[in-house]
Design a protein around this ligand. Structure first.
Ligand code: PMP
Length: 394
């Protein structure tokens, strides 16, 4: 697979290996955004004139496209700013209606801060407690431990489908079955899975699923919360304002049904159009092909790096598109700086997963993550750069 020609912001010879942070944008997404603002722009849901009616149709078509993409229904798709806002929405609205003092929430050791902190804030507000599922020796969420830990006091489980640090893939169906066995609901953080593998929320059976558009080759500022209709129906609104109401008076305001109830204010209209184009783009390649492509790049990277004595690799062998590593005696920031001189862009730091760093016994890691535009030459450039790092510090 060589899709680099589709990406105008990737110059020749630059190995962009930071897709887990955000993906580059294909020309078709840039074009959809340009058209949205430059040709077809108007507000949605309000205007009676034709342009606005057309834009409303396009915005709602994007919602249908997202629903088809993950196997949900259109009225179960809430457009949000990103995964962070989607998780905060559930941690406010679902938790407000369903959690009480003494209830328990279950997370895992490898969660991104955005799937930890909103739950801590909710737990503090409500008087609930949080339990943390440990990792297996090959650094996956330990579902046997989850099954042993879970009790009827657990009302909600929130887990990453793919770890943004380790690339480990969760058996989301089994995790859902374990959560449901005690009557708990489960939210899956799909930030790193939707760009790398096909996802079917109905097949998984989960209750909530969130992801960000900008990691899926789409724009920033648009993301998705999918929630089962009967759950969204019972949830109070997140924010108040225009669009989320049924009727407003100073005596009493009633709210619109989902998803409008959760989309107060003028939405990110063109963002939704960009996300639609991004989904068309990844589906034109095929998620299975993308998955095979990225796991092959991971395999080659791990094989090459495991030849270098000073390199410590994290995560399982079958990681989905993400490789975290450390070089003995070298700070990950120095690794990333030297690699940048070699025109290889990687991420270094705690990756918004400080509890995971503590569990791994490191302050930070270096992380290479792949996308549809990466080619074996990028792996070669990465490995050459790391060899240079080990020579400089050796
Ligand atoms: N969860 C995971 C697993 C992530 O990788 C990220 C982004 N790094 C987030 C949540 C948060 O996404 P965003 O910042 O786009 O809201």
């Amino acid at each position: 697979m060589d899709r680099v020609a589709d990406f105008p912001a990737i110059p020749s010879g630059w190995a962009y290996l930071d897709t887990a942070a955000t993906s580059q944008k294909p020309q078709v997404v840039v074009d959809a955004i340009t058209r949205g603002y430059g040709e077809t722009y108007a507000t949605v849901h309000r205007g009676v004139y034709q342009r606005s009616a057309d834009m409303t149709l396009a915005y709602e078509a994007a919602r249908h496209r997202v629903a088809g993409f993950i196997g949900g229904k259109a009225d179960e798709i809430v457009f949000v700013r990103g995964a962070t806002e989607g998780i905060n929405l559930v941690a406010h609205c679902w938790a407000a209606a369903n959690l009480k003092s003494g209830d328990r929430i279950m997370l895992s050791m490898l969660e991104h801060h955005s799937n930890i902190v909103p739950w801590q804030m909710a737990a503090e507000r409500i008087g609930a407690a949080i339990d943390v599922i440990p990792l297996t020796t090959d650094q996956r969420i330990d579902l046997d431990a989850m099954a042993a830990m879970i009790t009827p006091a657990h009302k909600l489980v929130a887990l990453a489908h793919v770890s943004n640090v380790l690339g480990s893939v969760l058996d989301a169906k089994r995790a859902t079955e374990i959560a449901h066995s005690v009557g708990a609901k489960i939210l899956i953080d799909g930030c790193q899975s939707v760009p790398r593998m096909s996802v079917d929320v109905a097949g998984i059976g989960c209750d909530f699923y969130v992801f960000s558009g900008h990691k899926l080759y789409g724009p920033t500022g648009i993301g998705v919360l999918w929630g089962r209709a009967e759950l969204l129906d019972t949830m109070p609104p997140y924010q108040g304002g225009g669009s989320m109401i049924d009727r407003v008076s100073f005596e009493k305001t009633t709210y619109a049904p989902p998803p409008g109830r959760f989309e107060a204010g003028t939405p990110h209209i063109v963002g939704a159009l960009g996300l639609h184009a991004a989904i068309d783009y990844v589906e034109s390649i095929g998620l299975d092909a993308i998955h095979a492509h990225e796991t092959a790049l991971v395999r080659d990277t791990r094989a090459a790096l495991s030849q270098l004595n000073s390199v410590r690799l994290f995560g399982p062998e079958d990681s989905a598109g993400i490789v975290s590593f450390a070089i003995e005696g070298v700070h990950p920031h120095d690794v990333a700086t030297i690699l940048d001189e070699e025109r290889v862009a990687i991420r270094a730091g705690h990756h918004c997963a400080q509890p995971l760093m503590a569990a791994l016994g490191v302050e930070a890691t270096a992380r290479a993550s792949f996308g549809v535009y990466n080619v074996p030459q990028d792996v070669a450039a990465l490995v050459r750069g790391i060899e240079r790092v080990t020579r400089i510090f050796g």
